[in-house]
Design a protein around this ligand. Sequence first.
Ligand code: NAP
Ligand code: 8YV
Length: 323
Amino acid sequence: MPQGRPRILVPGRMSKRVLDRLPDRFEPVFVSAADPSLVTADMASSVVGIAAQGKIPADFMDALPNLEIVANFGVGYDGVDAAHAATRGIVVTNTPDVLTEEVADTAIGLLINTVRQLPAAEQWLRQGRWAKEGSFALSPLTLRGRTVGLYGLGRIGLSIARRLESFGVSIAYHTRTPREGLAYRHHPTLKGMAEAVDTIIVIVPGTESTRRTVNAEILQALGPQGVLINVGRGTTVDEAALADALQRGVIAGAGLDVFENEPYVPDALLTVPNVSLLPHVGSASQATRNAMADLVVDNLIAWFERDAALTPVDETPFTRKTA
Ligand code: NAP
Ligand code: 8YV
């Protein structure tokens, strides 16, 4: 490793708390984006780590021959080419657990907003329409009597399910591997689950295996009382098919916190009435973002001072090789 404090490259935006803490133990260096053409010869020879809050493609890693670790701000690391990192022996870390309960809270809030149209009801009041025109319209949908299918039952999915138990709804899930010891019905296929439930909450990672799996066929199977909530990744849903399904009443409503091309939201989704939209705020409380920031920095410290990251992702279960 180059001499002196480890140099950590920060490409583009990064949580202020990460930026505040890095100089205590590291020498941070900055580029405006994860673009290999921005890497200077000095950076190439000295950078050993990346603190990431966005895409880290293979060619950016390859511009850094001494790179040992990519510490990702977020539990989802779909922006980091972890498969490529694995081939180079670079460890990738993420921020599991510390955000689980916050994201589950957001999922429940978005579900209720969508089904009971609470954001629209608040606008009705704020626009003075309650006083002028009378009560806000009754919500066509209710949570009462619903069967909720979780697409994904990992850390966050299970936390959402536990909350849903207290709502008195039926709970089912689809994952590739059933979880032991749970009373929820497992569906081996997403289509089978969509046929059996009237509400789907998407909380799977954004991978090739989940890409656009919530498509026209799945929405058709969900049916005219159907509600789709997505707090996982935008890439999991075919957004054009969803907008079309909402427009034509193939399903009844949708609540979305994540989009395929953030921060841009397709016009077709902005203009349908039966959708509740959030700007990717699943984990976005100060307290939870602080905990995520601390885990990013603590992973870097653990790697360089104790030779093992705290939360490496499955693809890169490495410990540090020291000379
Ligand atoms: P996790 O513990 O790894 O759980 C992932 C779940 O997805 C597992 O149940 C897994 O089960 C299932 N899964 C993965 N691939 C699948 C596939 N092809 N088909 C069916 N099920 C599949 O992850 P987590 O901590 O709960 O986080 C989940 C995701 O939430 C993150 O990756 C991130 O994208 C998203 N997230 C969003 C926000 C937000 O702000 N909106 C915040 C945090 C996280 P099997 O492996 O058995 O299939
Ligand atoms: C973050 C998330 O907002 O952890 C994740 O996977 O989607 C969110 O908690 C995001 O990663 C920060 O950019």
